[in-house]
Design a protein around this ligand. Structure first.
Ligand SMILES: NC(=O)c1ccc[n+]([C@@H]2O[C@H](COP(=O)([O-])OP(=O)(O)OC[C@H]3O[C@@H](n4cnc5c(N)ncnc54)[C@H](O)[C@@H]3O)[C@@H](O)[C@H]2O)c1
Length: 251
């Protein structure tokens, strides 16, 4: 199957977790994927895995918190491949704390890893997405949609990302650019760290997933990202797709 044949894709946070699951699902559909990640070790090893399917795929080492890197990511990809078809803003880091213990530093971490890279990469990619009538896939969270406890800094950045995604979907529709979001649940290194830190909270979240399990990063979330990046989703924009085993919308 080659639903994404020769599409040039950028995935932030693509070295691990959901980002790597999407990258693997996309190269198997014929895409050329650039994964951007701060983690050089996992990035290089994922680059090898991706190149087995798509020899031109590459790893770009960059800390998204450094704004100077954001324009460079877009220009590096355009210089190498001549276009961008799909931008996936997946990376996000945050700290959990009760509302009253949430600090300015917590808010800054969440916005500097999640919201600002999404905003500036969308702006920098816009001229190229216009040329390809491309797609943006951003990441939401049930923590933002439902307002989960201890997630003030994360929920704020996630709902800010949903806000700008809907604005861009409205403004860019006339150029044929689709902007959608995925609100996932999947077992990733990030979830593993959280499960170890708050095992009871993790179990309670797991027990409330109607489909009874955490999703698989490639089979359950990568497949949704492939759909959104493909022509099959060309009449969808401004949507938040809940790939979360029914967790939020069935509550
Ligand atoms: N896993 C879930 O159940 C879940 C639930 C809701 C939302 N999400 C969202 O899905 C997306 C992926 O989540 P995940 O669980 O795979 O995350 P993860 O923490 O397991 O992986 C994140 C990746 O991003 C990279 N990264 C982090 N900070 C970076 C930075 N400053 N610069 C460059 N790279 C950086 C990490 O190195 C890592 O490879 C995130 O937007 C997350 O908020 C995940």
């Amino acid at each position: 199957m080659e639903r994404l044949k020769d599409k040039v894709v950028i995935i932030t946070g693509g070295a691990g977790g959901i980002g790597s699951g999407m990258a693997k699902a996309m190269v198997k559909e014929g895409a050329i994927v650039s994964i951007v990640d701060v983690n050089e070790e996992t990035g290089k090893s994922m680059e090898k895995e991706l190149q087995a399917y798509s020899p031109n795929s590459m790893f770009l080492q960059a800390d998204l918190m450094d704004r100077d890197n954001l324009g460079k990511i877009i220009s590096t990809v355009v210089d190498k491949y001549g276009k961008i078809d799909v931008l996936v803003n997946n990376a996000h880091a945050s700290k959990q704390a009760s509302f009253e213990d949430t600090t300015q530093a917590d808010i800054d971490l969440s916005f500097n890893t999640g919201f600002y890279p999404t905003f500036y990469l969308m702006k920098a990619a816009f001229p190229y997405l216009k040329e390809t009538k491309g797609n943006v896939i951003n990441f939401a969270s049930g923590a933002g949609l439902a307002g989960h406890e201890t997630q003030a800094s994360y929920a704020a950045a996630k709902e800010a990302i949903r806000g700008i995604s809907r604005v861009a979907a409205n403004e860019w529709g006339k150029f044929g650019i689709n902007v959608n979001l995925i609100s996932p649940i999947a077992y990733s290194p990030g979830v593993e760290a959280w499960a170890n830190a708050q095992p009871e909270y993790y179990e309670s979240v797991k027990n409330q997933i109607p489909l009874g399990r955490f999703g698989d990063v490639e089979k359950d979330i990568g497949s949704v990202a492939v759909f959104l990046a493909s022509d099959d989703a060309q009449y969808m924009t401004g949507q938040t797709l809940m790939a979360d085993g029914g967790s939020i919308m069935l509550r």
